[in-house]
Design a binder for this molecule. Structure first.
Ligand SMILES: C[S@@+](CC[C@H](N)C(=O)[O-])C[C@H]1O[C@@H](n2cnc3c(N)ncnc32)[C@H](O)[C@@H]1O
Length: 288
């Protein structure tokens, strides 16, 4: 399953967002993308999920309509859909845009069904996800929010990456300075966590993780490389964060190879006396 900038290695992020200190918060994720994070965030009072990308939001709307099967899209059809403005093409167009595109880069370049299948499998998976079932993913710019008292997770477009399309098909020029100013403001009355490689000096990293990225490069515009991403919080919230974070003990994994006696239900049933087992006691009595 691929989407440009999607979180392949997201365990460290999920552990923080699902930390008991954030239970029952109203959760806001304004750069929702393919939902690799949002669909795994649990124990929240409410979920507000959105992304600026119109085609992506239309894809979610299509999936929420519970289609019985997905379109199989040929290469010719893919390039026809790319420029189509016919409303009847909308569902096929949004499936083509992401599932049938190389590394999920919106209409980047065509991949056949054999490569698209992992995306279609992911669609099946999210359609049974309770966050997806209970919430609508909105189309809006992150700047439209004026949040108070929320837990906010931001995974914005990164600086110096090959970038996303804007809703007219051109390059999306993301204003990073404006973004960090907004996060400073939001941090005054919300918990705000941001995934990025770098941040201004008044932000501190509370976690680091390596991931495979499909950003930067020539050719189709992207290539894969391993990078270290960080999770930032504003310095003004760090002490409180450290105090409130609940240290969840990590249970040691028990090796499957370790020898141990496993008593299964089947074993118990087998060992239980059957209605005929009294015969063996009678026989035993006569033998004595
Ligand atoms: C790094 S991706 C998010 C990936 C996501 N975490 C995932 O797991 O798939 C960044 C997202 O921000 C969206 N975006 C770009 N500019 C935006 C804006 N001004 N407001 C809201 N969303 C924006 C893009 O459409 C893209 O989906």
């Amino acid at each position: 399953m691929a989407y440009l900038g999607s979180k392949a290695n997201s365990k460290g992020i999920i552990e923080i967002l699902n930390n008991p200190m954030f239970n029952d918060y109203d959760y806001l994720e304004p750069f929702f993308g393919y939902g690799r994070i949002g669909f795994r965030v649990t124990n929240k009072n409410s979920y507000t999920l959105s992304d600026y990308n119109t085609n992506l939001v239309k894809l979610y709307a299509y999936l929420q309509s519970n289609p019985t099967s997905y379109p199989v899209i040929s290469k010719d059809e893919y390039y026809r859909l790319k420029t189509s403005t016919d409303p009847d093409d909308t569902n096929n167009r949004v499936v083509a845009a992401f599932a049938y595109s190389w590394f999920g880069k919106e209409f980047g370049s065509y991949v056949p069904i054999s490569r698209a299948q992992s995306n279609l499998n992911y669609y099946d998976k999210i359609r049974t996800n309770s966050v997806f079932i209970d919430n609508t993913i909105r189309q809006c710019d992150y700047g439209e929010y004026n949040p108070v008292g929320k837990l906010i997770y931001c995974d914005p477009p990164y600086e110096s990456t090959c970038g996303y399309r804007n809703n007219s098909g051109g390059k999306n020029h993301f204003d990073h300075d404006k973004f960090w100013s907004t996060i400073r403001e939001w941090s005054k009355s919300n918990w705000v966590l941001v995934s990025e490689y770098h941040a201004p000096s008044d932000f501190v990293s509370v976690n680091e993780y390596t991931k495979k990225t499909t950003l930067n490069g020539a050719g189709t515009g992207c290539r894969v490389k391993i990078t270290t991403e960080k999770m930032f919080i504003h310095e003004s919230r760090l002490e409180e964060y450290k105090k409130k974070l609940v240290i969840v003990p990590v249970l040691a994994k028990v090796s499957r190879k370790r020898p141990c006696k496993t008593v299964t239900l089947a074993t118990v049933v087998k060992e239980k006396d059957t209605p005929w087992s009294w015969y063996k006691y009678v026989l035993y009595f006569f033998l004595l």
